[in-house]
Design a protein around this ligand. Structure first.
Ligand code: ZN
Length: 386
């Protein structure tokens, strides 16, 4: 039986390469988790997700509890079987989505009552209920149910919210059913106040979780504050525990956070961007709706082995988006996820090879060019169909 743990392989400063061992397989870290909101990574088949090299995906408790319902997923063999992802799955607690409902939700010391965005029906989430739902879904990694105030907020508001989340974390831990290879992560809150973050880490490590997430960042505070918060917070987390930065981010955010010791990420950016004609590349982003791509026979990236890049031109992608064809979002989501996975693999390999600093410099220099227009770029021809 597999014990859930993070195993270090190599280090470069604060950056770490390792393995996350779980009941559903081992995942190399640092890792990026594609977001599979309602049991699907939007516009992707699970085979296409696998082909990008993704090792772990994320599911959303809020969405799945409303539709099709956690008990139905459980009756159908759990989320792994239901969505055809035998690998590890991390589920969020539903907290973030529920808190985002604004006037549709009512918060008290015990939990949150809210109305479904689908049909207006009334529901309630508590630390215990959220933990039970994640168990029913068979999440490999469950997250604590917590509250995160919208920023900017006064320090006393952030402190009060963080302390309530810490009380909830204790209740989540009590409700969590421990099984070999499964994990529950505590979520560090406290805004951008180092003392509050430290208090939160102390409370959570006192309870004891298999991993720790940094929540409440990338909510509008800016990259500089996010990085300084990571610098003060991450070193307080036990070295043997996996660290997960929730909801982050751009390729540049990922690099900066890996440099500061983060192992796990999730973000809707690559998938959402893929549906809106925005491509991530080694040299910044491209908007494929832009007229300059209309006659461009080159692939999005010569370095990418995704289906979009290995078989199609920018001009074709441009045409698909202009014609509102569903294949456009499908191909570009695939490309963006392939890019994100390649980015993570590249960082990991550089840490292992002892070349991380040079690699980071190279990535930043390439992004800064942000220019694919030069004729000197060596683009290969599109290969003929075999
Ligand atoms: Zn591609």
């Amino acid at each position: 039986m597999t014990t859930f743990r993070w195993r270090p392989e190599a280090r470069a400063g604060h950056a770490r390469a390792g393995w996350l061992d779980t009941a559903h397989g081992s995942v190399p870290t640092p890792t990026f988790m594609p977001v599979g909101t309602v049991g699907t990574v939007k516009a992707m088949t699970m085979d296409s997700v696998r082909s990008t090299g993704a090792g772990i995906v994320l599911g959303n408790t809020y969405h799945l509890m409303l539709r099709p319902g956690a008990e139905r997923v459980r009756a159908l063999g759990g989320l792994h079987r239901f969505m055809d992802w035998p690998g590890p799955i991390l589920t969020d607690s539903g907290g973030f989505q529920v808190m985002s409902l604004g006037p549709l939700r009512k918060l008290d010391q015990d939990g949150v009552t809210f109305r479904s965005h689908i049909d207006g029906s009334k529901h309630r989430l508590t630390p215990e209920r959220s933990t039970d739902i994640q168990y029913a879904l068979d999440a490999t990694i469950s997250m604590c149910f917590d509250e995160c105030p919208a920023l900017p907020a006064a320090p006393d508001v952030i402190a009060k919210s963080m302390r309530m989340s810490m009380r909830w974390a204790e209740r989540c831990r009590t409700a969590f059913v421990q099984r070999p290879g499964y994990a529950q992560y505590g979520i560090i809150q406290g805004g951008t106040e180092p003392e509050l973050r430290a208090e939160s880490v102390k409370a959570l490590t006192g309870i004891g979780f298999e991993g720790y997430a940094i929540g409440g960042l990338a909510v509008g505070e800016g990259q500089e504050l996010m990085f300084s918060t990571l610098e003060s917070t991450v070193p307080l987390i036990p070295d043997a525990s996996p660290r997960y930065l929730m909801g982050v981010g751009t390729p540049d955010d990922l690099l900066g956070a890996v440099e500061r010791g983060v192992d796990m990420f999730d973000c809707v950016m690559p998938t959402r961007a893929g549906r809106t004609a925005r491509a991530y590349t080694e040299r910044g982003t491209l908007n494929l709706r832009n007229a300059r791509h209309a006659t461009d026979s080159r692939p999005i990236s010569p370095h990418c082995d995704c289906l979009a890049c290995s078989r199609h031109s920018r001009a074709y992608l441009h045409h698909l988006f202009r014609a509102n064809e569903i294949l456009g979002p499908m191909l570009l989501t695939w490309h963006n996820l392939a890019y994100y996975q390649r980015l993570m693999r590249g960082m990991r390999a550089a840490i292992v090879d002892g070349a991380f600093t040079a690699h980071a410099d190279h990535l930043r220099a390439q992004w800064a060019m942000d220019d694919w227009s030069g004729d000197e770029m060596p683009f290969p021809d599109i290969p003929p169909v075999a």
